[in-house]
Design a protein around this ligand. Structure first.
Ligand code: GLN
Length: 282
């Protein structure tokens, strides 16, 4: 039996709420728009329209995936970041709104003149592409351990017609040549401890552990990035890293011990410590 858009939205939102979704109405609407390939306004304009058999079947599949907890962004294959629609895939972290704070802070630190910027652990390319879109005069490099992530970031760059980027694959700085220097290095690295119960809840269960979890209470990668960053920052260059809300002090200590100056922590939109930065005087 075919249901109207209005009925379908009501029914599926109720099922999603029962299944524990925190945003059942939005989830249902986003999945339906994806299946119909229409904007959200269509659902409000045509509430009495019914789905054809194929659309209904596609919606049922999408809804089932969400009912078992899979993130909406993986089901529809897309997430918006910094107003840029980005393709996402299971091997990348889903870009978070709070990471836009890292972009804002990086843009403040990037010199006014053309220079090079590096994004480590770029995933979908979200941070690199946001910066590159704001500053077409920059050369923005993104590196990800996984070749498929670097390729996804490249595809996103191409789809968005952003041309001042390059994406490489390898562990942290390893794909770079020794003489490369950057005015700003940014990263949203894995920083969650493997015993954190947060990993067993909600959308993160479906995201790659390699993008979330790090050794040494979540600090191992932050340490590597900070240590080796000294070699790749130009004099007076800045390193900015996202981290957990309880890691501000320890990340500041890491940067200070390594000889960075003007070390400080900034808060995310919820007022929690989220980004720590330091300047490398060489
Ligand atoms: N902020 C993300 C979360 O709490 C983690 C992102 C990361 O580890 N880089 O789910």
């Amino acid at each position: 039996m075919s249901l109207s858009i209005e009925m379908l939205l009501r029914q599926s939102a109720a099922q999603l709420a029962d299944a524990g979704s925190e945003s059942p109405q939005i989830d249902a609407a986003v999945l339906l728009c994806f299946v119909l390939d229409k904007p959200r306004s269509y659902l409000l304009t045509w509430p009495e329209k019914t789905l054809d058999t194929e659309q209904q079947a596609a919606f049922d599949v999408a809804l089932q995936r969400r009912l078992v907890g899979e993130p909406v962004a993986y089901i529809v294959g897309e997430r918006e970041f910094w107003s840029l629609p980005l393709k996402v895939a299971q091997h990348t972290l889903i870009p978070r709104p709070d990471t836009e704070r890292l972009v804002e802070l990086a843009l403040e630190k990037i010199p006014a003149e053309p220079c090079s910027v590096l994004d480590l652990g770029t995933g979908t390319g979200a941070i690199a592409l946001a910066i590159a879109s704001e500053r077409p005069d920059l050369q923005v490099s993104g590196i990800d351990l996984r070749p498929e992530a670097a390729q996804l970031a490249r595809d996103n760059s191409e789809n968005l017609q952003i041309t001042n980027t390059r994406f490489l694959s390898g562990s942290w700085y390893s794909p770079l040549t020794v003489d490369e220097r950057f005015a700003v290095i940014v990263s949203n690295p894995p920083y969650i401890d493997k015993t954190d119960p947060h990993l067993e809840q909600g959308d993160v269960r479906f995201e790659p552990k390699s993008a979330l979890v790090a050794d040494e209470n979540g600090l191992a990668d932050i340490r590597i990035i900070s240590e080796q960053g000294r070699q790749f920052l130009q004099q007076g260059g800045w390193l900015l890293m996202e981290h957990g809300f309880e890691q501000g002090e320890v990340v500041r200590d890491i940067l200070l011990e390594l000889g960075y100056s003007q070390v400080s922590t900034a808060q995310d939109y919820a007022g929690l410590d989220r980004v720590t930065m330091g300047c490398w005087q060489g």
